[in-house]
Design a protein around this ligand. Structure first.
Ligand code: PMP
Length: 392
């Protein structure tokens, strides 16, 4: 039976990770992986996470199952972090999920259960799992143009032309902040335009937010999604605690569904039933770390301080790389880097050029030229800039 299994397609990001591990050069630089790293190349356990874990070890008296939608304290903490009171609690159904990935999947399954004919409009490019998760949930994906490689900003003309095909009941997937992979975010004006479009068309917004706090700040990075939440009758929000709490492997994520009050019980019950049919009870350790941090003023302050340091480091490296590229190229070709937000940007480049960066210079980026600023150090920036200027 398994002899008939087709070989699985290897995830391009995981492939880059593996090649990097096998490269013996000590000058190699990993800009491919999608996690935050400090100056020593480590992805740290955040201080507040350690303290929250100690607190949990001391105080936890049971590890019995939570509810099918997870722990209410996690719902409250995340809802407040994401929406800050923008929407009445009575209009929000919440379910803990297995990381941001599981949260997106759960949102897609909810759409499928409510309207199997819905098409999900997804930006080109996007985090590749968006397409896979929508399709695995049985939904049809409709791509929309998003990134303008010439300017490093948004291709507004292309985006609106493509979204014009959306019909009532369709879904538009948006990145809350720090667009992966381009770093090109919607401006406040774009968010307002999007809200009007959604209202006029009766299209459902689905916002995926995995980097709150990595762009300009916790509130700043949520401003766009809060505007949509405040103006729309319904919205799906998937959030991850992997990056901003550094809880990658704990798989802490949440799906929030905003809806009219009289729909909430059914939506909530459906989220629980969907969890039951796939993972049953959601993982709780990461979720409980998050709710412990968010409900304890001292832990929360320490978490925010460390997150600010992480953001400052990424932004500092972004500026340093843009400066070094200006020197190395003698032009402002890569000036757009400083306009972009979060850990990622795309440099473009053909497959051969990406391979040359890797083979000749030990600089690892993902196909399409996505690089993770957090993989740089102030020491490696000049070398990386020279390699990029030579190859691209
Ligand atoms: N959404 C986006 C846009 C992402 O970049 C990621 C992580 N790469 C996720 C969701 C999911 O994160 P996780 O499942 O690790 O919580």
């Amino acid at each position: 039976m398994f002899d008939r299994l087709p070989a699985p397609r290897q995830d391009p990001i995981l492939k880059v990770m593996q090649m990097f591990r096998e490269d013996p050069r000590d000058t190699k630089v990993d800009l491919g992986v999608g996690v935050y790293k400090d100056d020593t190349g480590n992805t740290p356990v955040m201080r507040a996470v350690k303290r929250a874990e100690r607190k949990l070890v001391e105080s936890q008296t049971t590890k019995t199952y939570t509810a099918l939608v997870g722990d209410p304290a996690f719902h409250r903490g995340m809802t407040d972090l994401l929406l800050a009171g923008t929407v009445l609690a009575e209009r929000i159904a919440a379910a803990a999920a297995t990381g941001g990935t599981g949260a997106v999947r759960l949102g897609m399954e909810l759409i499928r259960a409510a309207n199997p004919d819905a098409r999900v409009f997804i930006s080109t490019p996007t985090w590749p799992s968006h397409n896979t998760l929508a399709e695995k949930a049985g939904l049809t994906v409709a791509p929309y143009r998003y990134y303008d490689a010439e300017t490093g900003g948004i291709d507004r003309k292309g985006m609106w032309e493509d979204l014009d095909a959306a019909r009532p009941g369709d879904v538009v997937l948006l990145h809350g902040c720090c667009h992966n992979p381009t770093g090109a975010d919607l401006t406040p004006d774009d968010w307002r335009g999007m809200a009007s479009f959604l209202t006029e068309r009766g299209v459902l917004p689905f916002i995926d937010t995995a980097y709150q706090g990595f762009g300009a700040g916790l509130a700043e990075d949520a401003a766009g999604l809060r505007h949509i939440a405040a103006t729309q009758p319904r919205m799906i929000l998937a959030a991850s605690g992997a990056k901003n709490f550094g809880l990658y492997r704990e798989r802490a994520g949440i799906t929030l569904v905003i809806c009219p009050e009289d729909e909430r019980a059914t939506v909530s019950g459906t989220l629980g039933a969907l969890n039951r049919a796939s993972i049953s009870f959601p993982p709780d350790h990461g979720a409980r770390i998050i709710s412990t941090i968010l409900s304890d003023p001292a832990l929360r302050a320490d978490w925010e301080a460390e997150l600010t340091d992480m953001r400052d480091r990424v932004n500092g490296l972004r500026r340093a790389l843009a400066d070094a590229l200006r020197d190395a190229c003698g032009s402002d070709r890569f000036g757009f880097l400083t306009e972009q937000k979060g850990m990622f940007s795309v440099l473009g480049g053909t497959e051969q050029q990406i391979a040359r960066l890797r083979d000749e210079f030990g600089v690892y980026v993902v196909g399409g030229g996505r690089l993770n600023m957090a993989g740089l150090t102030l020491a490696s920036v000049p070398r990386v800039a020279k390699a990029i200027a030579r190859v691209l």
